[in-house]
Design a protein. Structure first.
Length: 430
């Protein structure tokens, strides 16, 4: 157990020295395992991890969903989603903010990335809110928070990676994210309602859209509906695996962008390069985390921690709740994916030992990642918005997200207490 604790301490020291967390995890894992098992065995283990990660069929789902999201973004579907949402809720106080949440939920159903969702919606929603006189703290707060729906509402790259690392059924994880994702969206919209009730000038109402224009806006998003139905319907119905669904979705998004005239050779090159860069980043973090996990599993930490928790006699739900608190606190100082992959080898065996469903725990993991993505000072979505919206001060972005952080904490508490919210849809699958 001492060796593992020294390893965690070494990672934090390297992180403070500004060593990228992926390299810190990989280095500590390699050196730690080498000191305990010997260098030949450690080198063989490292080679095996890299080889198996690069050639694993199940991991091909990651670049395919990323590619699908990039094609969809280039096809201009985000603008149509926002326009359709605004047609129905734009006349309400804070209507543009409500429309942003709904558009983020729809875009998340075909994207799978929080950062991509936040970046895309900053281009689509912010100019409209600025034009109508919305307060910057509300505009940026709702875009940053709405962007996190991209990793809860399936397909989700975080759920895919969690499923691969823990060997949990990815299709069931996708099904489990639907209802909690809708709960998050509803709570965010409630948050907007409270903010604009307290300060009506923060989000003035827009003009009411006539019903004929509303139906026209709905008809314009048929491509999104078809793509979601094809991919997720096929996975949930058992017609194809998650990997096959990702391939079909990527191909469908490609042809959709092509038919709409949005895909030149230059744009195609940009899409492929962007997808390759994102995939390389995720795989680097994943490989490093698996190397560190090999080191942790070779120590006595997982077994000792399980024994210690069971001896405390705490209610099982209190134990998981304590884990979630640790995650929320870590999310304020660490990059979210690295945080999850760093701690899964320690926490996951305890959760299984306590008798909880790994699918439910996966949804909780995504919720704490959502909170981390918008928690100052290192929330990734906050810095994406800061880079995209240079005219908005970072302090305004920080100010705007706190109500939405509270909304996501409430969502976490709801899913923690009511497990059926995450497990009902997976239970209907074959």
């Amino acid at each position: 157990m001492t060796e593992a604790l020294v390893g965690f301490a070494a990672i934090f020291v390297l992180a403070l020295l500004r060593v990228p967390l992926a390299f810190a995890m990989g280095l500590v894992g390699f050196v730690g395992l080498g000191l305990m098992r010997g260098w030949p065995a450690t080198a063989a283990n490292a080679a095996q991890v890299v080889y198996e990660s690069g050639f694993a069929y199940t991991l091909s789902v990651v670049p395919l969903f990323i590619l699908m999201g990039n094609f969809v973004a280039r096809a201009g579907l985000a603008q149509e989603l926002f326009h359709a949402a605004y047609a129905f809720v734009g006349h309400l106080r804070g209507g543009l903010a409500h429309a942003t949440v709904l558009a983020c939920a729809g875009f998340g159903a075909i994207c799978g990335s929080s950062i991509a969702t936040a970046a895309t919606m900053s281009k689509v929603a912010y100019p409209s809110m600025k034009k109508l006189g919305y307060a910057d703290h509300l505009s940026t707060g709702v875009i940053a928070a709405g962007g996190t729906l991209g990793i809860m509402i399936p397909p989700s790259t975080i759920l895919v990676i969690y499923g691969i690392v823990t060997e949990t059924h990815i299709g069931k994880l996708f099904a489990a994210g639907v209802l909690p994702g809708l709960v998050c969206a509803v709570l965010m919209m409630a948050c907007v309602a409270v903010i604009t009730w307290r300060d009506p000038t923060a989000g003035p109402a827009g003009e009411r859209t006539p019903w004929p224009e509303r139906w026209a806006a709905v008809r314009a998003i048929w491509g999104v509906a078809l793509l979601v139905l094809l991919v997720l319907g096929g996975i949930y119905g058992g017609f194809f695996t998650a990997t096959e669904g990702a391939g079909i979705g990527a191909a469908g998004a490609f042809f959709f962008a092509l038919l709409r005239g949005k895909l030149s050779w230059r744009v195609l090159g940009q899409v492929l390069v962007d997808s390759a860069r994102t995939t390389a980043m995720l795989f680097t973090i994943l490989i490093a985390a698996m190397m560190f996990a090999s080191f942790v599993n070779f120590t006595s930490l997982p077994g000792d921690l399980k024994g210690w928790i069971l001896e405390l006699g705490l209610p099982p739900l209190a134990v998981v709740g304590s884990m979630m608190l640790i995650y929320v606190l870590l999310g304020t100082i660490m990059e979210e994916l690295s945080m999850v992959l760093l701690t899964i080898p320690v926490f996951f065996p305890v959760v299984i030992q306590l008798g909880f469903d790994p699918v439910w725990f996966g949804v909780l993991i995504v919720l704490v990642v959502q909170i981390g993505l918008i928690s100052p000072p290192v929330g990734m979505n906050l810095f994406v918005l800061n880079a995209m919206l240079r005219e908005v001060a970072l302090r305004q972005i920080f100010r705007g997200v706190w109500p939405f952080v509270a909304a996501l904490v409430v969502a976490l508490a709801v899913v923690l207490e009511f497990q059926g919210l995450a497990l009902w849809l997976p239970g209907l699958m074959q």
